[in-house]
Ligand binder design. Structure first.
Ligand code: 13P
Length: 249
């Protein structure tokens, strides 16, 4: 059975002091939870301080992006090795906001993903269609292409070590959650595609999170679906109370 993974993507929110305060509160509230993997993803500047607060606890730390080179003349970028040194165990790759505003493509996602896997940084790769895609009936085509191109060249072992976050772009920060049925349909599609491209054992093992206006009120119905294995949460992860409710769905 797959262990659910609940991850908070704090996006560009929280100063170092605020991030440390939130991490400390979360640590207290979810202490002792063992049936769910818990991750928080602060901004780069807060990764080290948050990791120090959470060291040795059941709450792990992720970064929100990385570059695929180790070091060099890449002004403004941060490498996976640097993030691991700062205490990150996970990294979000290819979030739709990075695809929309910062030119991320399936190709750059693939480079970052391979690099993360090669150094032991655990990737959370985001996929998902826009509203225009959904209305045009191309959801499966778009998501399928993101999987085929984004994950190309991964071994079955690497695929098993990759968390996928299905985040319909139209549901992110809009309050419009995909219904449990809408989300499940895409999750099942992605899992079947992985079975085709790799094998059934890999598809059965891979964690597929849902993201997009997930909150305490809808988490239980989403996670009751057979192919939804957790959540990547923005807004509702910024308060310890609601994050606790999500973890204890
Ligand atoms: P919201 O939960 O704020 O809709 O954000 C989802 C998301 O983008 C998580 O990565």
């Amino acid at each position: 059975m797959r262990t659910p993974v609940i991850a908070g993507n704090w996006k560009m929110n929280k100063t170092v002091a605020e991030a440390v305060a939130l991490a400390s509160e979360i640590k207290e509230k979810v202490a002792g939870v063992e049936n769910v993997k818990i991750i928080v993803c602060p901004v780069f500047t807060a990764v080290k301080s948050v990791a120090d607060v959470l060291k040795g606890t059941n709450v792990k730390v992720g970064a929100q992006d990385m570059y695929w080179e180790t070091s060099g003349a890449y002004t403004g970028e941060v490498s996976g090795e640097m993030l691991m040194e700062a205490g990150a165990e996970y990294v979000i790759i290819g979030h739709s906001e990075r695809r929309q505003y910062f030119g991320e493509t399936n190709e750059t996602v693939n480079k970052k993903l391979k690099k993360a896997l090669s150094i032991g940084l655990k990737p959370i790769v985001c996929i998902g269609e826009t509203l225009a895609d959904r209305e045009a009936g191309t959801t499966e085509a778009v998501v399928g292409k993101q999987v085929k191109e984004g994950f190309v060249g991964l071994t079955a072992e690497e695929m098993k070590g990759t968390i996928i976050a299905y985040e319909p772009v139209w549901a992110i920060g809009t309050g419009k959650t995909a219904t449990a049925e809408q989300a499940e349909a895409v999750h099942a599609f992605v899992r079947n595609l992985i079975a085709q491209l790799w094998d059934k054992e890999t598809a059965d093992a891979v964690i597929i999170q849902y993201g997009g206006s997930m909150k305490p009120e809808n988490v239980a119905s989403l996670l009751a679906q057979p192919d939804i294995d957790g959540g990547l949460i923005g807004g509702a992860a910024l308060k310890a109370d609601s994050f606790e409710k999500l973890v204890k769905f």
